[in-house]
Design a protein around this ligand. Structure first.
Ligand SMILES: [Zn+2]
Length: 402
């Protein structure tokens, strides 16, 4: 059984490691051979993955400790190279451990605050020292006011620099747990001095001040729960820098101060909307002029007036808009096409009262290209693939006369 020295002392990061045994695949429940060499120490400061907290990494002698995990009563240290039994200087990666402890302790603080201030129970949590950590609460949503309150209270607990104590109790009923543990026997208690008691086997900062700061980045609804994403310690600073840089870059682009960005963007949005409306009107005017010109050049065929026009790469929606406008002219039949070298788009339209059907006209024009499309007697639209559309309107007059 490995003695867990990190339980009583989470601050020691350098110690003498006594390798007393090698673990091979046949002696562990976890497959090691592909990942490295497992070694056992009688006692260790290395924290193994568990309780929502990631393992420590570091070094033992000249080997890197790449993973640490519990295997029954023993803690396996996975090394990147083989070491013989003996004493070696060992070192834990402090930055990683500190970030893990800050987030883990931050989770205790948030869970306690949400419980005391808002009556919300922590359902689960995921702790990460390198990305935002999360806690799930038994509520569907949180208001901005509730988030602000929780954040303020959590940071007050940090500024008060309360002691965080870790100790064992034999009887769980002797402690006023926020969430009573389900197991019996010896329980490890993490106490935020007089404020919160929870059962936990992780590593924590000895005083709340070491968490630095806590900031909720966002909330997310997951099923019927609310999940908060938060950062602590130096990760808060990293995120502050990230947001500050983004805000400053935006302000520089807009050539205004950071405080004026939102008002400026709001005005830009209004201007954009006005410009878009203006553009829409101008496009409409342009189409009307274009349509008028086409109608004036229509070919007289019996009682009707035929407009045919082949465009290069004109989008089908605009083609249809032109055709719809044309059919408002008396006795007009319009056959409008667009060709991009491969694809042919076609719209046909017939004015009110004309006996020719726009759909018939479409099908007849598409037939040589195996095209597809449909519509009614007023308007029809379709397309196909083609190599050459030079003779597209060759028989249009005959189609109308028959
Ligand atoms: Zn804990």
């Amino acid at each position: 059984m490995t003695k867990k020295l990190y339980f009583d002392d989470p601050m020691t990061t350098e110690f003498t490691a006594e390798i007393v045994g090698m673990r091979r695949d046949e002696h562990t429940s976890t497959k090691l051979s592909a990942r490295g060499f497992g070694v056992i120490l009688p006692s260790t400061f290395f924290y193994p993955t568990g309780g929502g907290q990631s393992n420590d990494i570091g070094s033992i002698g000249s080997a890197r400790v790449v993973d640490v995990f519990a295997d029954g009563d023993e803690i396996v240290h996975l090394l990147d190279k083989e070491l013989k039994n003996g004493s070696y200087p060992a070192k834990i990666d402090w930055n990683r451990r500190l970030a893990n402890m800050q987030h883990h302790s931050g989770q205790h603080i948030f869970s306690a605050v949400f419980w005391h201030e808002l009556g919300l129970e922590t359902l689960s949590s995921h702790i990460s020292g390198s990305a935002p950590s999360t806690i799930d609460f038994n509520k569907a949503s949180l208001s901005a006011k509730e988030i602000a309150l929780a954040e303020q209270k959590a940071n007050e607990i940090i500024f008060e620099n309360r002691k965080m104590r870790a100790y064992f109790v034999e009887n769980k009923d002797s402690v006023d747990f926020r969430r009573p543990p389900k197991v019996d026997g010896e329980i490890r208690v993490i106490e935020i001095d007089g404020y919160d008691y929870s059962a936990c086997g992780g590593t924590h900062v000895p005083q709340t001040g070491m968490v630095g700061s806590l900031k909720i980045l966002r909330t997310e609804r997951v099923n019927k729960k609310i999940r908060i994403h938060f950062v602590a310690g130096s990760q808060s600073l990293t995120f502050f820098n990230k947001f500050q840089n983004a805000a400053q870059d935006t302000a520089n682009l807009l050539k205004v101060g950071v405080d004026d960005v939102s008002e400026y963007v709001e005005n830009l949005q209004i201007q954009l909307k006005e410009t878009q409306n203006e553009l829409k009107k101008l496009r409409e005017m342009k189409l009307n002029i274009e349509v008028d010109k086409m109608a004036q050049h229509a070919e007289e065929i019996g009682e009707t007036w035929l407009v045919t026009k082949l465009f290069e790469k004109r989008n089908p929606a605009e083609l249809r808009a032109l055709a719809m406008k044309l059919r408002n002219y008396p006795n007009i039949i319009a056959v409008l096409a667009s060709f991009d070298g491969e694809k042919l788009s076609l719209v046909t339209a017939c004015a009110e009262g004309i006996t020719v059907s726009a759909n018939d006209l479409l099908q007849k024009h598409l037939a040589p290209f195996n095209g597809r499309g449909g519509g009614d007697k007023s308007v029809a639209q379709g397309g196909g693939t083609a190599n050459d559309v030079g003779e597209l309107f060759k028989n249009t007059t005959t189609m109308i006369q028959n």
